[in-house]
Design a protein around this ligand. Structure first.
Ligand SMILES: [Zn+2]
Length: 325
């Protein structure tokens, strides 16, 4: 994805904010880029980082993305640039970041930049340490945080940052965008439930990965909807072999979660017709009592996979729990 094209087309207000701040040289010391899962938050954070140091900026004063400096930021080899994940943010990680950035800048541009992805996942003690770091902004350190839910960030952090929120698309906008590109309506609904990014959704809908994961999902639902324990054998012998990387596992869990959420809506409103995989979802609605607990089970599995737990064990536990609900 070309991030500048994405911003111009899908997030014109955000583009304008960035263009103005770099043109008027009114950049901030700390940013929060906030948007739904599936929006290119990290890419935007990287563009901001590049735009702070690129010496070959475009007509809108944003980074060229092609010069040596921009490439070094992209590849994380620029000496005054660090990118971290909120969930890995132990206090010693913050301390070493502070130590690195207390030395003077190593590159000629004399700006030190760090990105923390999904800041809301960081442990509170680390955030308190970080807070002191943001509180003493020496003129050349810039923090860029990304977030899927700005509401769950400590207010003391928000108040020190410029918050840039991406526009959230309504489900109908997302579905229509896919429909216009001849994606079957059922796929359009399923994909629009798992991601809020029009361009990514189209790429996903047309990808082999999507069909592969959807096939595993449909097989899974065949077992799940009748509480067939063979579900576990199927996943261990076939399903997980197909889902052979973390992106596919994530996509599978997102799609499974969307099915359960759709069943919850159908349970609350008896007239509701599920928008995708209808027969499977109505079966699940009939045969399961504790649909909300199934959502928790899936969330727990996602968290376990994030911390690199053994995927076979994670799925054993998940499937046993699901069938039991
Ligand atoms: Zn550049």
């Amino acid at each position: 994805m070309n991030i500048k094209e994405y911003l111009k087309n899908s997030q014109p207000i955000v583009y304008q904010i960035l263009k103005n701040s770099f043109t008027e040289k009114k950049t901030s010391h700390a940013y929060i880029i906030n948007g739904n899962k599936g929006t290119p938050l990290t890419e935007i954070a990287i563009l901001i980082a590049q735009s702070l140091v690129c010496q070959n900026k475009d007509e809108d004063n944003l980074a060229c993305e092609n010069c040596l400096i921009c490439k070094k930021i992209q590849n994380q080899t620029y000496a005054d640039f660090k990118m971290l994940n909120g969930e890995d943010l132990k206090t010693d990680v913050i301390l070493s970041l502070q130590e690195d950035f207390n030395k003077s800048a190593m590159e000629n541009e004399n700006v030190q930049i760090y990105i923390i992805n999904l800041i809301e996942k960081a442990p509170i003690p680390s955030l308190n340490k970080l807070l002191k770091f943001i509180e003493e902004p020496t003129s050349n350190i810039v923090a860029i945080f990304t977030s899927n839910s700005v509401d769950s960030i400590l207010p003391t952090i928000i108040s020190r940052c410029q918050v840039i929120s991406l526009k959230q698309f309504m489900i109908n906008d997302l579905v229509n965008a896919l429909k216009e590109n001849n994606i079957p309506l059922e796929d359009a609904y399923l994909i629009s439930k798992i991601s809020n990014n029009i361009e990514n959704n189209l790429q996903l809908a047309q990808s082999d990965n999507y069909q592969l994961v959807k096939n595993v999902l449909i097989e899974s639902l065949n077992y799940l909807e009748v509480k067939d324990n063979y579900f576990i054998v199927y996943m261990q012998t076939k399903g997980l072999n197909s889902l052979n990387n973390n992106n596919l596992l994530d996509l599978y869990l997102d799609m499974l979660e969307s099915c359960i959420l759709e069943a919850i809506i159908a349970k609350e409103d008896n007239d509701y017709q599920p928008k995708f995989l209808k027969e499977h979802i109505l079966e699940i609605k009939e045969n399961y009592k504790h649909l909300e607990k199934m959502i928790t089970d899936i969330t727990n599995a996602k968290v376990a996979l994030l911390s690199n737990a053994n995927k076979n064990l994670v799925f054993d536990k998940l499937l046993i729990n699901l069938i039991d609900r």
